[in-house]
Design a protein around this ligand. Structure first.
Ligand code: EPU
Length: 339
C-alpha cells in the first residue's frame, strides 16, 4: 500500500504552528494524491470527520480530533507553458515560501509581496492568502481538488473558486474538497505593487530606486520579520482576526469618535477597519493569560508562550472578541480555521 502512511493516536503538536498538543484518532500522511479515493474508502476512514492539513499554520485545534487528519505531503512543480505568462502546476504539499522563492529565481513576477507566508501551496487558495496589497487569487488559474461529495477529481477555474478577502468556496464549504494541486499564471513582468504600508520606505532604505520583483520580496521580508513573530520561535498562526468590514454609518461614527482609527475603504461605501488597531485600543496588545497571549509586536497575532492548550487559546481569543465588541460595537471574526 503505497502513497500514504497511517498513524493511530497521532500527536499533532509539530503539525500546527500554534503548537497545540492535540492528538488525532488517525493521521494519514499523503504522498500521492491519486491514492486519496482509496484512502477515503478505508473502513477506519469512511464516514469519519476529516481535517485536511498542510503545515497547520492557519489552524486552532481547541481539543483532540476524533477523526482522520489528512496531511498533504505531495511534491512537484511543473512549468506547463512558458511565455509572457507562465502556467505552472504545483502539488498541494509544496511549501508556499519555497515556491515563491523558486518563481522569483525563474524570473516570474506576481508573488513577490506574498513571500514568507507560512503554509503550503494547497492551503493558499483556501483562505486566499494576502499581504502587502496582493492576494493570491489574482494569480490562480485553477485549483484541482478531490470532491468528497461527488467522489471525483474536479478542476475549478478562478471564478468557480469564488475568492474574496480571506475567503473562498473551499472555506465556505468546509469538508467538501481536498485541494491536490494549484495552477498559477505568472507574468514575466507586471506593475509592481509598492503602495502598501512601508514598502516604498523600505526600498529607499535598501537604496533601490528601480525595483525588480526580488527587491520587493526582500523589502517584504524585512517588514514581516520586524512586525510579525516568527512561528519557529513562538507559536502563532499569523493574523488571528480578520479586518472587519462595517457599514458606512458605523464606520463614520467610529471615525468621528476615534480620529486615530485606522480604516480603509471596503467597497460599496463600507469601511474595512484595522482589527489590530481596535485590539490595541481595547488594551489587549501584549496581554497574557497563562501561556496564551496576544503578541506585543502585533495585536492581530494570538501567541502560545509555551504550553497553552487549544481551549486556553480559544478562551483568550473570545475574551478579545468580547472586549472589542463592548468598546466599539464591532464583532471580530477569527481568521484561521477553528476546529
Ligand atoms: N496596528 C496597530 N497595532 C498593531 C499592529 C498594527 O494599531 O499592533 C495598525 C497600524 O496602524 C497599521 C495597521 O494596523 O497601520 C495595519 O497593520 P498591518 O500593516 O500590519 O496590516 P494588518 O491589516 O494588521 C494585514 C494582514 C496580514 C498581512 C498584513 C500586511 C489580515 C487579517 N492580515 O494585517 O496577514 O501580513 O496585512 O499586508 O488581513 C495573515 O493573514 O495571517 C497575515 C499576517
Amino acid at each position: 500500500m503505497g502513497g500514504y502512511t497511517l498513524i493511530e493516536n497521532a500527536p499533532l503538536v509539530a503539525r500546527n504552528t500554534l503548537r497545540v498538543a492535540a492528538r488525532a484518532r488517525l493521521l494519514a500522511e499523503v504522498r500521492d494524491a491519486t491514492k486519496l479515493p482509496e484512502l477515503l474508502d478505508f473502513p477506519a476512514v469512511r464516514g469519519d470527520p476529516l481535517l485536511v492539513l498542510g503545515e497547520g499554520s492557519n489552524l486552532l485545534l481547541t481539543g483532540d480530533f476524533d477523526g482522520t487528519v489528512i496531511a498533504m505531503a505531495t511534491r512537484g512543480v511543473q512549468v506547463e507553458q512558458d511565455g509572457e505568462v507562465a502556467h505552472i502546476a504545483v502539488a498541494a504539499g509544496e511549501r508556499w515560501d519555497d515556491f515563491v522563492r523558486w518563481t522569483l529565481g525563474q524570473g516570474f513576477a506576481g508573488l513577490e509581496n506574498l513571500i514568507l507566508i507560512p503554509g503550503t501551496v494547497g492551503a493558499a487558495p483556501i483562505q486566499n492568502i494576502g499581504a502587502y496589497g496582493t492576494e493570491v487569487a489574482e494569480f490562480i488559474q485553477s485549483v484541482e481538488a478531490w470532491d468528497i461529495n461527488e467522489r471525483r477529481v474536479v478542476s475549478l477555474d478562478n471564478a468557480a473558486c469564488a475568492f474574496a478577502y480571506r475567503n473562498s468556496l473551499f472555506k465556505r464549504e468546509p469538508g467538501r474538497y481536498i485541494v491536490t494541486a494549484v495552477r498559477f499564471a505568472l507574468p514575466r513582468a507586471h506593475a509592481l505593487r509598492l503602495d502598501y504600508a512601508g514598502i516604498r520606505e523600505e526600498l529607499a532604505r535598501m537604496g533601490v530606486d528601480k525595483p525588480a520583483p526580488f527587491h520587493v520580496a526582500e523589502a517584504v521580508v524585512h517588514l514581516r520579520t520586524r512586525k510579525l513573530p516568527d512561528p519557529a520561535v513562538i507559536g502563532n498562526a499569523g493574523s488571528f482576526f480578520k479586518n472587519p468590514v462595517v457599514d458606512a454609518a458605523l464606520g463614520d461614527s467610529l471615525k468621528r469618535g476615534h480620529p486615530e482609527l485606522v480604516a480603509w475603504p471596503g467597497g460599496d461605501s463600507r469601511w474595512k477597519l484595522s482589527a489590530a488597531w481596535l485590539i490595541e485600543a481595547a488594551g489587549f496588545k501584549g496581554c497574557r493569560d497563562g501561556d496564551a497571549g496576544i503578541s506585543n509586536r502585533h495585536a492581530l497575532v494570538l501567541v502560545n508562550h509555551g504550553h497553552a492548550s487549544g481551549a486556553e487559546l480559544w478562551t483568550l481569543a473570545q475574551k478579545v472578541i468580547a472586549g472589542v465588541e463592548a468598546k466599539f460595537g464591532v464583532r471580530l471574526e477569527p481568521e484561521p480555521v477553528v476546529v
